[in-house]
Design a protein around this ligand. Structure first.
Ligand code: ADP
Ligand code: MG
Length: 366
């Protein structure tokens, strides 16, 4: 099911008594979520992710704009008529019901021609439980399950009616690191098997990048960029997006263009003929630094961390905006740790320039 958001806007009345300014939680959001894909809705806390999801589910009404599921305008439909499955961070299971009864619950409220016989309901509950691999736990109560298992029950409950759209709001946040990894792969598998259009909300960029067909990056209610995770990582449209994606994060420097060169502090690091003199922010991905004895960027060497496949060099530079510069090089590289400085050449494809005023990405050719 394709989901189309058309100029979707949600304003909440200001809570502050003196300044009754509205909060624009979602600001003119337009996007077509392709059928059968998993979309990661990503951004820092408070950027409007849950509000967007709640608008799609119908739990809240937009101030303006429209929502379509395929050709159906669902903007004024109540949640129960939209054909959605919802999963939240805090599993929200009924504690006094067994796993089986929890999963059956959405089916028991079906009315009219949708009404199912007891055995049809049981078959569907069993199928949903098998999909999330909890069919052996059907007679337990939520209190007798781990967090990961509880979240699987919540997902089974959301899937049992085979929704047109599956909406997941930070579903992994309450799980420990291992379970989070495992459960996110499960969600990916289930989504691929069912081909249900899925919107996955998270503040965790790595989580979103790893399982999404496409990501939508939001900031303060405004969509910053949409695209395939790798494309957004390789071509961030502004400094915010560049900083939000990637671990370790991108390294940002004060820079300037002068005499056809890009300068970071006193170091002329790249030739840049086609941009006139100006101040810029320079973003360099950790993998964009190349160890080179006479490399143009000279940094103070603070430490070296070996991490299996890779070496992370921690260094400093007076023009760096990050407290520590982190660069990743292959573990077979030789680095002289007795020296107080380290010199790098830069891979220009991993270097981004941003306008100093607007923080928008600037194109350059080499
Ligand atoms: P996220 O899920 O990305 O953390 P939310 O969508 O929950 O963000 O919130 C976006 C903004 O809208 C925040 O500034 C939040 O305080 C505000 N907001 C959310 N719900 C309400 C509400 N019911 N009343 C007033 N303000 C709200
Ligand atoms: Mg939220």
């Amino acid at each position: 099911m394709e989901v189309i958001l058309q100029n979707l806007t949600k304003k909440f009345p200001g809570r502050d008594r003196k300044k009754r300014e509205d909060v624009i939680a979602v600001n003119d959001f337009s996007f077509a979520i392709p059928d059968g894909k998993l979309i990661g809705l990503l951004g820092p806390s408070g950027c409007g992710k849950s509000t967007t999801l709640n608008l799609i589910s119908g739990l809240i009404k937009p101030t303006s704009g429209k929502i379509f599921f395929g050709k159906d305008d669902v903007t004024d439909l109540p949640p129960e008529n939209r054909g959605i499955g919802l999963v939240f961070q805090n599993y929200a299971l009924y504690p006094h019901l067994t796993v089986k009864q929890n999963i059956l619950f959405p089916l028991q409220n079906l009315k009219g021609k949708e009404k199912l016989s007891k055995s049809e309901m049981l078959d569907k509950a069993q199928a949903a439980a098998r999909l999330v691999q909890i069919d052996a736990l059907m007679d337990r109560r939520p209190g007798e399950l781990s967090g990961g298992q509880q979240q699987r029950v919540a997902i089974a409950r959301a899937l049992v009616k085979m929704p047109r759209v599956l909406l997941l709001d930070e579903p992994l946040s309450n799980l420990d690191a291992r379970l989070r990894l495992q459960t996110r792969e499960e969600i990916r598998r289930i989504q691929k098997e069912t081909r249900i259009t899925t919107i996955f909300v998270t503040h965790d960029q790595e989580e979103a990048m790893s399982i999404s067909d496409m990501i939508v990056v939001m900031k303060e209610g405004v969509v910053q960029q949409t695209g395939k995770p790798q494309d957004v990582y390789d071509n961030p449209s502004n400094l915010f997006v560049a900083r939000f994606l990637g671990t370790p994060p991108i390294n940002v420097f004060e820079g300037r263009i002068q005499n056809g060169q890009l300068y970071i502090g006193e170091d002329a690091v790249l030739e840049m003929k086609d941009i006139s003199e100006r101040s810029v922010y320079v973003g360099i991905r950790p993998e964009g630094f190349l160890l080179q004895e006479n490399g143009p960027l000279c940094c103070k060497l603070n430490g070296v961390e070996v991490m299996g496949r890779d070496i992370s060099i921690v260094s400093g530079h007076p023009a760096s905006l990050n407290p520590a510069i982190r660069s990743i090089i292959g573990a077979d590289s030789q680095i002289d740790t007795s020296k107080s400085t380290v010199r790098f050449a830069l891979n220009p494809r991993k270097v981004f320039l941003f306008d100093h005023e607007t923080e928008e990405r600037m194109a350059f050719s080499l």
